[in-house]
Design a protein around this ligand. Structure first.
Ligand code: SF4
Ligand code: FES
Length: 357
């Protein structure tokens, strides 16, 4: 099989985070600070990624600003000619830090927001973050860096879709990702609290279409589908081990950010192997490349080249078998794992299990 080179590196520099979001897709077991890669180890990862052909790096976490060496990592990535994006909650983004990050060559920032109104946003984040995020947005705009924003959509905030788009415009965002929640890691613990009803989703989609008409020429809007309500799965990661790789805080190299929860696989670590070997030869990256690994109904399905059998992480989390057809698929024998969840949504105000409490 002809291997393509990875295009993007997701550098999860820490799992530490000031927020407690119930929809966090990071694994249940987080890495502690003492297990994080050192500055020199990250510098080596960035150089190896550039040598391997990676074109862009996304620094994320947790909250990457909690790493005091972030500016150094950004500078190194930029010197290696990578496009450098920072994904942040904005907490800790002082004027001094934004100036240093900008001087280091940062290309863009993606700032998260939880809802349009401060009360709701703070109750979702489990932390009084909304006003700090407004200030962070202002600082990003003043620095001249492009401001991209994202919001995770779920039952508690879907009714605010239009207001959230207006808010992000007011804060100066050039791009907004409206990402319906995906249920991996911690989020799966809260799935019954987060899942919307189909009617609520349809109203939100109508609100999104109205906003697209009103504001589409002022802000780039993206709607990430809620796959539980689809008939077919998403082509997750555009195929396993095809376009991108993730380095977790402890140095393990993952084909996608949620894949550390697939217990049937073991993942190599940059402390023991170089990135190129891991990309090309590791059993984990090769586990679901091509089509030979697929059981039925995927193996003989005409859509296998469209969706690659869906998401391996979702298949493992819902069926215990990472090779299974994604239960989102209407032809999957495990479809009941989705329909049972959708069928048992209740209308009570959600009581979340907050991350980190
Ligand atoms: Fe995709 Fe497999 Fe369903 Fe076919 S059977 S549509 S390949 S998930
Ligand atoms: Fe890991 Fe889909 S989230 S393969």
């Amino acid at each position: 099989m002809q291997l393509v080179l990875p295009y993007a590196l997701t550098a999860e520099v820490t799992h530490r985070c000031p927020l407690h979001c119930p929809y966090c897709s990071n694994p249940i077991e987080l890495h502690r600070r003492e297990n994080e890669l050192s500055t020199n180890e990250w510098l080596s990862v960035l150089k190896q990624a550039a040598d391997l052909g990676v074109a862009q790096v996304h620094f994320t976490g947790g909250e990457p600003l909690l790493r005091q060496d972030l500016e150094l990592l950004v500078r190194c990535a930029r010197e290696a000619e990578l496009y450098v994006n920072l994904i942040t909650s904005g907490i800790g983004l002082t004027e001094e830090r934004i100036r240093q990050l900008s001087d280091a060559g940062l290309d863009s920032i993606q700032l998260s927001v939880q809802a349009a109104s401060a009360n709701l946003a703070d109750s979702i984040a489990g932390f009084q973050a909304h006003e700090l995020k407004r200030q962070a947005a202002q600082r990003i705009r003043s620095s001249g860096l492009p401001l991209h924003m994202n919001v995770v959509l779920h039952r508690a905030n879907l009714h605010q879709v239009e207001e959230m788009i207006e808010l992000c415009l007011e804060w100066g965002a050039q791009r907004l990702e409206l990402a319906n929640a995906q249920y991996y890691g911690w989020a799966l613990r809260n799935v019954q609290q987060l899942l919307p009803r189909r009617e609520q989703l349809q109203e939100a989609e109508a609100a999104y279409s109205r906003a697209l008409e009103r504001f589409g020429n002022q802000i780039e809007l993206l709607w990430i589908l809620p796959d539980y309500y689809e008939d077919f799965p998403k082509p997750c990661m555009n195929g396993w081990g095809k376009l991108s790789l993730t380095v977790a805080p402890d140095g393990r190299v993952l084909p996608c950010t949620a894949s550390s929860e697939i217990r049937s696989l073991s993942f190599e670590n940059v402390k023991e192997r170089d990135l190129a070997w891991i990309w090309n030869h590791s059993p984990s990256f090769n586990a679901f490349r091509g089509y030979d690994w697929m059981p039925e109904p995927c193996h003989s399905c005409e859509r296998r080249e469209v969706d690659y059998g869906g998401c391996r992480c979702q298949a493992f989390l819902l069926t215990g078998d990472a090779r299974a057809a994604d239960p989102v698929c209407k032809w999957s024998p495990h479809r009941f794992a989705i329909t049972d969840r959708i069928g048992s949504i209740d209308d009570h105000a959600p009581i979340y299990t907050y991350r980190g409490r």
